[in-house]
Write a protein that binds this ligand. Structure first.
Ligand code: SF4
Length: 443
């Protein structure tokens, strides 16, 4: 009978010792070659220099990164590179990723351990065939390392159900490749691409950081829990299956895990995994992943907008083809619409996002968000009046004018101060000592 991959589940109790226990129990680093070069991949899904914002459940704790680096050094690792492709609204912005790395203490780790922290976006990429001739461009440091040490957060995700070890590797590919992953092709959709991210990389050891866990991730508007868990394995599919189960999803309910299992000739359920440490049943804590939408004759929109009483707005739920830049703008647009609503119905305004949506008949105004929607639909016969927000990233300066043109009197201050909005979410954590800022620094 084949040996099942080991996955450890450990309660986080103490700096260094808990991560060591998770790695020891899972034997994940037992075959690390001496002097191995290691690419450490945290999850830094978002950063802003403008304000302090909630990092709990959003970003990998520096606590776990420091512990992982310490243990790698103890075990004789050679060159260690910490790398993340931080997405910022202006692709030329180099200061924000540098600020993220410094704030998270990676500079201190560089001094103490000689590690190097790199913004993946500034480094060379190499084209990799992920199967069937389909290619993505990966950070050369990840591809050329002896080992990838993948340190995602234990979180759910509004498009991919969970975002764990495999999904975290999306941060190692370049921007065109990320857009490719959000393809409009229903056969090769986001799930299909994400399932292949680990396939051609060096061996991937994963430590899922569940000190904080997140519902409706990936970003700071989700719901955070202090969960004190670590999950580790040298098999990235197995650790993701267990991570998904902890979050309340059977692995086969997560499309990219189902595809990844198929690609490896494995079952999608947990029957081919051996769990050590804590029992799965005792640590399982269902986390929602999706945002509720309301569809009535008077409108279609996220449930909070419908609850507010908004009518005459047809804002369909985002699909898998909407990528990061448009996702960020989507949240801002919805906030602006909520703030602009004065009590009367809007004039049958439809808002379309991503790459796949088609305009519905019977609308008076159709706002097309981003260059993909503009290109796909600006001449669509169902549209009475097309209002365009061009560009990729979509041009934020055009948004207020677009909303005004649709009869939605949006306030431009919201857009001018958009970098400060994440700071408002900090109020949720005031007076709650279990949410420790210190987990995101290195002493
Ligand atoms: S316009 Fe939006 S959906 Fe299209 S590639 Fe850019 S971010 Fe993605």
């Amino acid at each position: 009978m084949p040996i099942k991959p080991l996955v450890s589940i450990v309660r986080y109790q103490k700096p260094l010792e808990s991560v060591r226990q998770a790695l020891d129990l899972s034997k994940a680093l037992d075959s690390l070659p001496h002097n191995a070069s290691v690419f450490v991949k945290p999850n830094i899904v978002f950063w802003t220099m403008a304000v302090n914002f909630p990092k709990w459940g959003v970003i990998t704790t520096s606590r776990v990164i420091e512990d992982v680096v310490t243990i790698l050094k103890e075990r004789g690792a050679g060159k260690i590179t910490i790398g993340e492709g931080v997405v910022v609204s202006d692709p030329k912005d180099k200061k924000t990723p540098a600020h993220a790395f410094e704030s998270l203490g990676y500079g201190k780790l560089a001094k103490r351990f000689g590690v190097k922290a790199v913004n993946v976006m500034d480094e060379p990429f190499v084209k990799v065939d992920v199967g069937d001739g389909d290619t993505l461009k990966f950070c050369s440091h990840a591809v050329e390392a002896d080992l990838v040490l993948d340190v995602p957060v234990l979180k759910t995700h509004n498009q991919t159900v969970v975002s764990l070890g495999i999904k975290n590797l999306k941060g190692t590919i370049d921007i065109p490749s990320r857009k490719k992953c959000h393809s409009a092709d229903p056969d090769k959709n986001l799930h299909w691409w994400v399932a292949r991210l680990a396939d051609k990389l060096p061996p991937v050891v994963t430590v899922i950081d569940g000190i904080y866990t997140l519902e409706r991730g990936p970003a700071f508007d989700g719901k955070v829990h202090r969960s004190n868990l670590l999950v580790a394995s040298k098999d990235v599919l197995s650790v993701d299956k267990v991570g998904a189960a902890i979050l309340g999803y059977q692995p086969e309910e997560v499309p990219h895990l189902r595809f990844a299992a198929e690609n490896r000739g494995r079952v999608a359920d947990l029957s081919d995994v051996e769990i050590v440490g804590e029992s799965l049943a005792e640590v399982t804590m269902p986390h929602g992943h999706d945002f509720a939408y309301s569809v009535t004759d008077e409108g279609e929109m996220p449930a909070p907008l419908a609850k507010q009483g908004i009518k005459g707005l047809y804002y369909r739920k985002y699909d898998l083809s909407m990528c990061t830049y448009c996702s960020a703008l989507n949240g801002l647009l919805l906030t602006a619409i909520r703030a602009a609503w004065q009590g009367g119905p809007f004039d049958k305004v439809e808002v379309l996002t991503g790459k796949s949506m088609e305009p519905a008949p019977g609308m008076n105004k159709t706002i097309l968000v981003g260059q993909c929607m503009v290109k796909a639909n600006k001449k669509h016969p169902n549209i009475k009046e097309a209002i365009l927000i061009k560009g990729c990233p979509p041009n934020v300066d055009e948004v207020v004018a677009a909303l005004n043109k649709a009869g939605i009197q949006a306030n431009s201050t919201l857009f001018d101060k958009r970098d400060e909005l994440p700071g408002f979410f900090m109020a949720r954590y005031a007076g709650k000592p279990e949410y420790e800022e210190a987990h995101f620094t290195v002493e």
